[in-house]
Design a protein around this ligand. Structure first.
Ligand SMILES: CC(C)(COP(=O)(O)OP(=O)(O)OC[C@H]1O[C@@H](n2cnc3c(N)ncnc32)[C@H](O)[C@@H]1OP(=O)(O)O)[C@@H](O)C(=O)NCCC(=O)NCCS
Length: 145
């Protein structure tokens, strides 16, 4: 597996991967303005020439948000998401930011387990945050060297 920095030319492949799990998630315009805005860190994982995982994070002055991490279902449970999160954490830290926030569906046990294993703690619950009425958990990780 090879981790690399995604760029605008990867947008079609990013969308193809995201669409399987989040049909209403990213749009081409959202990604394009993210790349052009300079605040987006987007990393991909490759197996050969195929994109098998994506993580995106937006970096502010005081904190960063992990917006999403998606792994191709054929490559899950192999440490790909862990590797992507660890690399995005390094890049966020190198941007001078040591606080990472994210939102996760309360019922998304794989994702919650992943984030908890990597040291994220639930700090609040956003009731009925998602359009279907599901709660979001807000999770936080503070980075140190
Ligand atoms: C959640 C997701 C990103 C995990 O990716 P992954 O590459 O399989 O994760 P890893 O192999 O790095 O797993 C690390 C840890 O996460 C947890 N985990 C991963 N998949 C799990 C599952 N199906 N059930 C329970 N825990 C799970 C485990 O603690 C695992 O550690 P272990 O292997 O020692 O048990 C992947 O299942 C996915 O793409 N899901 C759909 C998209 C999604 O929901 N993204 C998160 C919200 S944006």
């Amino acid at each position: 597996m090879n981790i690399f920095l995604l760029s605008e030319k990867d947008i079609p492949n990013i969308l193809a991967l995201y669409k399987k799990d989040f049909p209403d998630g990213w749009t081409e315009n959202m990604l394009r303005s993210g790349f052009n805005g300079g605040r987006l860190i987007a990393l991909g994982a490759k197996n050969g020439n195929n994109l098998i995982g994506v993580i995106t994070a937006s970096v502010g002055l005081d904190d960063a948000d992990i917006e999403g991490v998606v792994i191709d279902s054929a490559f899950r449970k192999n440490g790909v998401a862990t590797a992507l999160i660890e690399e995005v954490e390094k890049q966020i830290f190198n941007n001078g930011v040591n606080k990472i926030l994210l939102e996760v569906r309360e019922g998304n046990i794989p994702a919650r387990s992943l984030y908890e294993k990597l040291g994220f703690k639930t700090i609040s619950v956003r009731k009925k945050y998602y359009a279907d009425g599901e709660n979001a958990l807000v999770m936080l990780k503070e980075l140190s060297e």
